[in-house]
Design a protein around this ligand. Structure first.
Ligand SMILES: [Zn+2]
Length: 241
């Protein structure tokens, strides 16, 4: 037998009263434990463990099963019906199950990462009393002339938006060419302050990566004063003091 095109999909079990037939040509024994589901060429085969080992050379010939962890998990009655009569559907279910598990895992990892980012942001945010002691509009500011955002393009201009509600935003050019709108000073809930079509909040950058700069400018100017453009950091600091 050619083992290079064969793939061990799952090892399953059924209740001994509900045995299924081994599909190895010439066998036909009924089997219930360590049933091997194999994709061989274009065909799906349900094989007893003895026939599997005979057919492919050994019990380990095809490595471990792609689905179900190869633990010989016991099928439900419905799954057993599929195994006997519609193996393809059973395999499709295994695959869907794996996909769902992978998605759940990915969502879990993303959630952990988001929490971590949030936590780091809280730790690195300027302490409140210090922020209050600074001139209004300038929290977190180091020496004038020192770029506040490590990712920004140092030679680019800034757009400053002061809104009627008292909040303010700075449009900063990222080194990667994207325009980032940073709440300045940072306020609680900034990442939910703008409509989604303008851009997406990036918690690592601490601002919105703008999808449409013109639309964002128009939106902000409607809510506040006309945009002030500053040629460099020092001007921005002086002009917004
Ligand atoms: Zn057999």
């Amino acid at each position: 037998m050619n083992t290079t095109t064969a793939q061990l999909l799952a090892i399953v079990s059924v209740d001994s009263a509900q045995r299924v037939r081994c599909q190895n040509p010439g066998c036909g024994h009924s089997v219930y434990r360590a049933i091997h589901v194999v994709r061989d060429g274009g065909e799906l085969l349900v094989l007893g463990s003895t026939c599997f080992a005979k057919r492919y050379g050994s019990a380990q010939a095809l490595g471990s099963a792609s689905h179900g962890g190869g633990t010989g998990r016991v099928l439900t009655e419905q799954e057993r019906e599929l195994l006997a009569h519609n193996t393809a559907e059973l395999v499709a279910r295994f695959e869907a199950e794996e996909r769902r598990k992978a998605e759940e895992q990915a969502a879990f990892v993303a959630e952990i990462k988001a929490r971590e980012t949030h936590f780091v942001r809280m730790l690195t945010a300027p302490a409140l009393p210090a922020a209050a002691a600074r001139p209004p509009g300038l929290p977190g500011l180091g020496r004038a002339g020192v770029p506040h955002w490590p990712w920004m393009k140092p030679t680019a201009s800034f757009g400053y938006f002061k809104l009627h509600d008292g909040s303010a935003w700075v449009r900063v050019l990222h080194q990667n060419g994207q325009h980032v709108l940073v709440p300045w000073p940072v306020f609680e809930g900034w990442d939910e302050a703008l409509p989604g079509h303008l851009g997406r909040p990036d918690l690592d950058l601490g601002g919105y990566v703008l999808a449409n700069v013109q639309a964002a400018v128009a939106y902000l100017q409607k809510l506040g004063q006309p945009c002030k453009v500053f040629g460099n950091w020092r001007e921005l600091v002086a002009g917004t003091r």
